[in-house]
Design a binder for this molecule. Structure first.
Ligand code: GLA
Length: 676
C-alpha cells in the first residue's frame, strides 16, 4: 500500500499549528515565537495561503518576509512544515487567466475573493503551481527550519469538481483511457437506458445540470475522474518539490469528511499521512466521530503514526452553531488522536485572525491573548505531550477491521435509491459507535486487503461490491474469519449496475442469503426484530425480503412489511461464520447483534465502564493505554501501570480516573480489563 512513510525530523511528539505571520506585524512575530516556546510548540505550518505575497506579480517573487520568519522560527527552536499556496491563487492570476476559474454543475463561473483552487484541469494553473512549488523547493530545500512540505490544503474543498470546458476535455481523455472504445463506454454506462447511446467522443459531456437524474454510472465515473484529477495536481507539486528537496511531503486529508478524495489512493502518494478533524458541535457524541476519523486516518496510512494537522482549541466558525469546547475537552480530543496513532498534534491556527472570514474561529492564542483559559490549556497540553516521547512511533492494537470504501460511498449516495435515509456515513458512524462503546479498537480496510489477521470483519455499508471483493470476503470466512454485513450490501458492481443474478448475488456464497426486494419503511415507521431466544429489538428506515441460501435465521421481523421473514442471518462456511443484518439498527439495538458476533469471532470486549475510552498503542513488548473519561463522573478501571502524565502508579491494578480526565498508562504486566 503506502510505499514509504517518513516522519519529519522533530523530536518527540510534534506540537503546533497553522501559522499565518503575513497577517501580523514584526512585533507580533516576536511575541509569537516567545509564546510558542512557552507553549512547547515545536512545529508550525507556514505559507499555505501566501501566494499573493510570494509572487506579487507574475514571475516576480518576494521571499524576503518568508526568509525572515523562517529564520526567526528556527532561532527559536520551532521547525517548519512549509506550505505551497496552490489553494489560493492571487487576483492577478485569475485576471490574466480567467479560463482557470471553476465552473459549477449549474454552469456558474466562480469569482475571486474567497479561497479554493482554480480548475484542476486548467493547463495554466498546473504550470503555475509547478513553478511556485519548484521556486519554494529550490530556495528552502536546505533551510534548517524546514522539516516537511505541506502541499495545497484539503484537496476537494471548498470545491473539487469543475464542469468547465477544460475539465470536460480532460474527462473525455480520462474516459478514452479507461474504456478504449465507445462500445465499452456505452456498455459500462448502460446507455441503452433512456436512449443515451454515444457514437462520438465529442458528444460525451460532464454530468452537469440535467432535466432529471443523470446516468448513475456516468456520475460514479465522474467522481473517480475528479479524484484522479485532484491527485494529478498533488503529484505535479510533489514532484516539483522532490526534484530539489528531500524532506517528507504531505497534504492534509479529512478522513470521514473526505468526499472527493479516495484516501486509500491518496495515502499511497504521500510520505506521511496527515489529517484535519473538527467536531460537529451539534453532536453530543462528537468524540466518537473523532475516534472514527483518527482510526480511518491511521488505517489509510497502513497503521503508521500520522499527523493531526488541524483541529481546534475551541469553537469553529463555519457551523450553524459554533459550540465552544469546555475546559478539558481540547485535551481529551488531542490525546484521543494521540492514542489512535497521531504522533503530531496541531491546530488551526496559532493566532486568531482579527479580520477575514475566520475571525470567529478559535486559535491557540485567542483574541483574548495569552492570559486566557485557552492559552493556559494550550500550554498545559504542550507540557503533557512533552512527557509522551516514549510512545512515539508505536502502532495501535486492533483485532477487528471495518470495511470503508469511497467508491461504494459515491455509488450509494447517487440519486434515486430505495430510501435516501439509509446513508453510508450514518451507517458507518452507528456501527462504529457500537464498537467504540464496547472499547473494541478497529482498523479500517478495503475488502480486497489482506484481512487474515483480523478476528472479525465488519461491513456496515457495502453497497458496491465487486466480484473480486466478494471472492476475497468468501475466502476470509472460509478460512475461519467472522464477517458481519449491514443492510443494502452487494447490490451493484463497479458501474453501479445491479449484479446479474440479483441483489447480493456475489455475497450469496459467503452470506448464504440473497435479497429479493427492499422494503423501506415510511417516515417514523419502525419494525420489531425478534430473536429465537426471546430478545426483541426495533429497527427503522429499512427492511428486506430475504431468500435463504444456506444461512440460518437468527432473528425474524415481528412487524413491518417484512413481518415473518428473516431479519438477521448467520451462515457457517468452512471454519468461519458470516452474519447479515437486513434492517437499520441504532447503537443500542446493535448490541443484541454484536454480542453474538463477538462470541463467534472470539472477540472479548474489555468490559471497561461505558463512556471511558481506552485504546492501546504498542511498540515491541511495551504497551501504552490512553484512557479518556468522557463521563461526568469518575471511574475506576482495572489497569496496571504508570500514568506518564502524572507519574501516578497503579500497582494495585486499579486506575481511578476523574470525570473528564485523561491518563496515558505505560502498562505493567498485570491483567487489564473491567472496572466501574
Ligand atoms: C479547514 C482549513 C483551514 C481552516 C479550518 C477552519 O480545515 O484547512 O484553513 O479554514 O478549516 O476550521
Amino acid at each position: 500500500m503506502t510505499a514509504q512513510l517518513r516522519w519529519p525530523s522533530v523530536a518527540g511528539v510534534a506540537y503546533g499549528g497553522d501559522y499565518n505571520p503575513e497577517q501580523w506585524s514584526r512585533e507580533v512575530w516576536r511575541e509569537d515565537v516567545a509564546l510558542m516556546r512557552e507553549a512547547g510548540v515545536n512545529l508550525v505550518s507556514v505559507g499555505i495561503f501566501s501566494w499573493a505575497l510570494l509572487e506579487p506579480k507574475e514571475g516576480v517573487y518576494d521571499f524576503a518576509w518568508l526568509d525572515e520568519i523562517l529564520g526567526l522560527l528556527h532561532d527559536s527552536g520551532v521547525a517548519v512544515d512549509l506550505g505551497t499556496p496552490s489553494v489560493s491563487p492571487p487576483a492577478w492570476f485569475f485576471h490574466a487567466y480567467p479560463e482557470a476559474r471553476v465552473t459549477t454543475r449549474e454552469g456558474v463561473i466562480m469569482g475571486f475573493g474567497s479561497r479554493g483552487m482554480a480548475s484542476h484541469a486548467s493547463p495554466v494553473y498546473r504550470v503555475a503551481i509547478a513553478r511556485m512549488a519548484a521556486a519554494l523547493a529550490t530556495r528552502y530545500a536546505d533551510h534548517p527550519a524546514v522539516v516537511m512540505w505541506h502541499v495545497h490544503n484539503e484537496y476537494g474543498v471548498p470545491v473539487g469538481e469543475d464542469f468547465g470546458p477544460q475539465a470536460v476535455e480532460a474527462w473525455r481523455t480520462w474516459l478514452r483511457a479507461r474504456y478504449g472504445t465507445l462500445e465499452e463506454l456505452n456498455a459500462a454506462w448502460g446507455t441503452a437506458f433512456w436512449g443515451q447511446h454515444y457514437d462520438d467522443w465529442e458528444h460525451v459531456g460532464a454530468p452537469a445540470a440535467t432535466p432529471t437524474t443523470p446516468n448513475p454510472a456516468m456520475k460514479l465515473d465522474w467522481a473517480r475522474f475528479t479524484d484522479d484529477a485532484l491527485r494529478e495536481c498533488f503529484r505535479i507539486e510533489r514532484d516539483a518539490i522532490r526534484a530539489h528537496a528531500t524532506q517528507p511531503i504531505t497534504t492534509n486529508f479529512m478522513a470521514h469528511q473526505s468526499w472527493n478524495t479516495d484516501l486509500w489512493k491518496w495515502a499511497a502518494e504521500v510520505d506521511v499521512v496527515s489529517d484535519d478533524h473538527y467536531l460537529v458541535g451539534q453532536d453530543p457524541q462528537a468524540h466518537v466521530a473523532l475516534a472514527l476519523s483518527a482510526d480511518l486516518t491511521r488505517s489509510v496510512g497502513g497503521g503508521k503514526p500520522w499527523i493531526l494537522m488541524e483541529h481546534s482549541t475551541s469553537a469553529v466558525n463555519w457551523q450553524g452553531r459554533n459550540i465552544a469546547k469546555r475546559p478539558g475537552e481540547m485535551k481529551r480530543n488531542a490525546l484521543t488522536h494521540f492514542g489512535r496513532g497521531a504522533d503530531a498534534i496541531m491546530f488551526f491556527q496559532w493566532r486568531a485572525s482579527r479580520y477575514g472570514a475566520e475571525k470567529f474561529h478559535s486559535a491557540m492564542v485567542p483574541h483574548a491573548g495569552p492570559h486566557s483559559r485557552v492559552f493556559r490549556e494550550v500550554t498545559e497540553l504542550g507540557a503533557d505531550l512533552a512527557k509522551l516521547e516514549s510512545v512515539v512511533g508505536s502502532g495501535v492494537d486492533a483485532q477487528v477491521a471495518v470495511l470503508y470504501d469511497w467508491e461504494s460511498m459515491w455509488a450509494q449516495e447517487l440519486e434515486w435509491r430505495p430510501s435516501d435515509e439509509l446513508q453510508f456515513r450514518g451507517q458507518m458512524r452507528t456501527w462504529y459507535e457500537r464498537l467504540w462503546r464496547d472499547n473494541v479498537t478497529v482498523d479500517f480496510a478495503l475488502p480486497t486487503h489482506d484481512l487474515s489477521a483480523y478476528r472479525l470483519v465488519v461491513a456496515p455499508s457495502s453497497y458496491l461490491v465487486t466480484a473480486d471483493a466478494a471472492a476475497r470476503l468468501t475466502d476470509y470466512v472460509r478460512a475461519g474469519g467472522t464477517l458481519v454485513v449491514g443492510p443494502f450490501a452487494g447490490v451493484v458492481d463497479e458501474h453501479d449496475a445491479v449484479h446479474a443474478g440479483g441483489f447480493m448475488a456475489p455475497l450469496r456464497d459467503v452470506l448464504g442469503v440473497t435479497c429479493e426486494e427492499f422494503l423501506p419503511l415510511r417516515e417514523g415507521e419502525r419494525g420489531a426484530v425478534a430473536f429465537a431466544d426471546g430478545a426483541s429489538i426495533i429497527g427503522d428506515v429499512w427492511q428486506e425480503d430475504l431468500t435463504l441460501a444456506g444461512a440460518e435465521v437468527v432473528a425474524t421481523y415481528a412487524s413491518g412489511p417484512g413481518a415473518g421473514g428473516a431479519a438477521v442471518t448467520r451462515h457457517v462456511l468452512g471454519s468461519g461464520q458470516a452474519w447479515y443484518v437486513s434492517t437499520r439498527l441504532g447503537v443500542e439495538e446493535l448490541k443484541e447483534v454484536f454480542v453474538r458476533v463477538y462470541a463467534d469471532a472470539q472477540v472479548v470486549p474489555p468490559g471497561y465502564p461505558e463512556g471511558v475510552e481506552v485504546v492501546t498503542r504498542r511498540v515491541g513488548e511495551e504497551g501504552f493505554s490512553v484512557v479518556v473519561n468522557h463521563r461526568d463522573e469518575p471511574a475506576t478501571l482495572n489497569v496496571t501501570g504508570t500514568d506518564l502524565l502524572t507519574g501516578a502508579v497503579t500497582d494495585d491494578g486499579v486506575l481511578e480516573i476523574q470525570a473528564g480526565a485523561v491518563a496515558v498508562v505505560r502498562l505493567g504486566s498485570h491483567h487489564q480489563g473491567g472496572g466501574s
